[in-house]
Design a protein around this ligand. Structure first.
Ligand SMILES: Cc1cc2nc3c(=O)[nH]c(=O)nc-3n(C[C@H](O)[C@H](O)[C@H](O)COP(=O)(O)OP(=O)(O)OC[C@H]3O[C@@H](n4cnc5c(N)ncnc54)[C@H](O)[C@@H]3O)c2cc1C
Length: 400
């Protein structure tokens, strides 16, 4: 690191970077210039997005405004997106929102927490027509902006809505959408969960899957265990040749690594995510760190979910600052077992911890309290924190 101003560049305002931003309020050497490149001035907390869809929360309740954190941490914000990294030259290429011209930014230390994405070319290959005819859950901000249009449409006619993808996000979203449109829309709306082939919630144990299926039946949500092979103006084309007529196809499918990591020179995993060691440090470039869905741990690969991004925040902040201070780095121990709180319709949720599981209104209230406490702690801009108030509650490392 050179002797003048040291430039720390943060890419994305993801869950781990929220913690880094909060810590910067307490740690700010005079020769350190910190810049954040991210497109939005708020960070939407995905764990509460199904609650936003259901109408339990307002947009303001699920969003963390970045301005107070940036101000307290003396961080400069560049509203835009990273479009490329040249790790050998320690340079990032980025584009301001609405600007076609790419700009460059040289860094001394880089931290990446930009999440995973839906890659258009992969969607076109796997599910032709999806980009044009379906509403994707990601980017969450775009989805949240468009959801009120679906609600408005549901007041004109009974809609048929299908969620494609039956992982945690798909399950929660179909329950939430049904709760909202049955309350707000004209009667007669129909709801379908398309699993793509596997069981509903295939990542869960049998006990949780049975509970989810019971709730789906109770809420009158149809389940189709078929792959979706295309989407057009009529609806969803299924692997068995059938057409599911559908007004609103919602994509809750698995995500990809961003295309701009290719050619960065950074060591990547087989799926193209930044490969990091136990310090959340790039295995190829020691002045690059990464956390959250954009990264893969080489020693302890784990599911891509908010909890891991939240958990990586404190060690990431520690190791960024330790690098600047030329101090030893601390290993981040990835939690092995996680508590899982899955919301399933109005005021109801399923909890699981290893082989144990339970459900009820009390689980929903538990999840609600944890989520609100987490978002609230950043909304109130508490500057000094050594731990996040609470992780995302779909995969929580330890029970509160
Ligand atoms: C509907 C829904 C519900 C979910 N519920 C849960 C849950 O309850 N529990 C759970 O554990 N997980 C949940 N997940 C998964 C969870 O959202 C992700 O795993 C989590 O958001 C990953 O966090 P992250 O920090 O990696 O990135 P993100 O939270 O995705 O944040 C990425 C940040 O980077 C910014 N960004 C994106 N691209 C660029 C770019 N090119 N340049 C600069 N900035 C960029 C974004 O604007 C954002 O600020 C849910 C997902 C969805 C879709």
């Amino acid at each position: 690191m050179h002797s003048g101003i040291r430039r720390l560049l943060l890419l994305g305002a993801g869950h781990a970077h929220l913690h880094v931003l909060a810590r910067l309020a307490e740690y700010h050497p005079a020769d350190l210039q910190v810049t954040l490149i991210t497109p939005f001035d708020t960070q939407t907390y995905s764990g509460m997005v199904p609650g936003l869809v259901a109408g339990h929360y307002s947009k303001a309740e699920v969003q963390i405004p970045l301005a107070p954190l940036l101000q307290a941490g003396h961080v400069r914000w560049l509203a835009g997106r990273c479009t490329g990294i040249d790790a050998a030259a320690s340079r990032v290429t980025w584009q301001a929102e609405g600007d076609a011209v790419a700009q460059t930014f040289n860094y001394d230390l880089l931290s990446i927490d930009t999440g995973a994405v839906l890659r258009p070319e992969r969607m076109d290959a796997e599910m032709p027509g999806a980009r044009r005819h379906a509403l994707a859950l990601r980017p969450i901000e775009t989805f949240a902006a468009l959801w009120p249009d679906v609600v408005a449409l549901s007041r004109e006619r009974a809609l048929s809505l299908a969620v494609i993808g039956a992982g945690a996000a798909g399950i929660e979203t179909v329950f939430a959408a049904a709760a909202c449109l049955r309350r707000e829309g004209v009667p007669g709306a129909t709801f379908t969960l398309i699993t793509g082939g596997p069981e509903v919630g295939s990542g869960y144990g049998i006990g949780v899957r049975e509970r989810v299926l019971r709730r789906l039946r109770r809420e009158g949500i149809q389940v189709l265990r078929e792959p979706c092979v295309g989407i057009d103006a009529q609806g969803v084309r299924l692997g068995n040749g059938a057409l599911l007529c559908c007004d609103v196809p919602l994509l809750a499918i698995g995500t990809h690594a961003p295309a701009w990591l290719e050619g960065s020179g950074l060591g990547l995993c087989g799926q193209g995510h930044v490969l990091v060691n136990r310090y959340q440090q790039s295995v190829s470039h020691p002045n690059v760190f990464a956390a959250g869905d954009v990264a893969t741990r080489d020693d302890a690969p784990h599911a891509r979910s908010g909890v891991y991004a939240v958990r990586a925040g404190p060690p990431l902040a520690h190791n960024l600052f330790a690098t600047l201070e030329q101090q030893p780095l601390k290993a981040h121990r990835v939690p092995q077992r996680t508590l899982n709180l899955l919301s399933c319709g109005p005021g109801h949720a399923i909890a699981s911890w290893g082989p144990l599981h339970a459900e009820g209104a009390w689980v929903w209230r538990w999840k609600d309290r944890i989520d609100q406490r987490f978002v609230g702690s950043y909304q109130r801009n508490v500057p000094a924190r050594t731990h996040p108030a609470s992780p995302q509650t779909k995969d929580v490392g330890t029970p509160p």
